[in-house]
Ligand binder design. Structure first.
Ligand SMILES: CC(C)(COP(=O)(O)OP(=O)(O)OC[C@H]1O[C@@H](n2cnc3c(N)ncnc32)[C@H](O)[C@@H]1OP(=O)(O)O)[C@@H](O)C(=O)NCCC(=O)NCCS
Length: 148
């Protein structure tokens, strides 16, 4: 899948991913600080990835962890700082939601600290009954790793 707009492209072609760029960005985020390169590579291998390009250069990313039948989880959404506030994240989220193998799912989830409005525009809501949900959470899992 590939869509184009004003010099920008969103593609699911994994050969377009600049893994070092994705790693550099993610390793400084609040949700994946210190993530090792090898873990980023593994996560890309196991996900449906959406790459945002300006020309041939990667400037954004998102990945969906999914069985492509019943459930999906949206993760690692970002747009490079120089390209923000142009509507690219909104276009990215909409492109993901329109993706053929992500239609008819029973649930599409994500977690965010402060970008709720971005996802609310696409129809996401808070969990209506949070006490029905449980998790195993290991926030320190990347600490004391090499970070390479
Ligand atoms: C969040 C992020 C992807 C938005 O990218 P962007 O291309 O600048 O976003 P857009 O231009 O498409 O606009 C996003 C919309 O969501 C809104 N929004 C809500 N929370 C936001 C947030 N934390 N950051 C940016 N926009 C936010 C904006 O106001 C905008 O709505 P509007 O056009 O009605 O004003 C980008 O700021 C980013 O990469 N941030 C760092 C990584 C991150 O936090 N990712 C999200 C993890 S859940």
């Amino acid at each position: 899948m590939e869509v184009h707009k004003e010099g920008y492209t969103i593609t699911t072609d994994k050969s377009k991913i600049d893994t070092n760029y994705v790693h550099r960005f993610l390793s400084t985020t609040y949700w994946a600080e210190g993530i090792p390169l090898q873990v980023v590579e593994q996560s890309i291998n196991g996900s449906l990835c959406f790459v945002v390009l300006y020309g041939e250069k990667q400037i954004g990313f998102a990945r969906v962890i999914t069985d492509e039948a019943t459930f999906a989880y949206l993760a690692d959404v970002f747009i490079g700082e120089d390209f923000r506030h142009k509507g690219l994240a909104k276009w990215l989220v909409q492109t993901i939601l329109n993706y053929p193998s992500l239609q008819g799912l029973r649930r599409f989830m994500l977690a965010t600290k402060d970008a709720h409005a971005l996802y609310a525009q696409a129809g996401f809501t808070s969990l209506p009954i949070p006490e029905r949900w449980m998790q195993l959470h290991f926030p320190d899992v990347y600490k004391n790793k090499s970070g390479t």
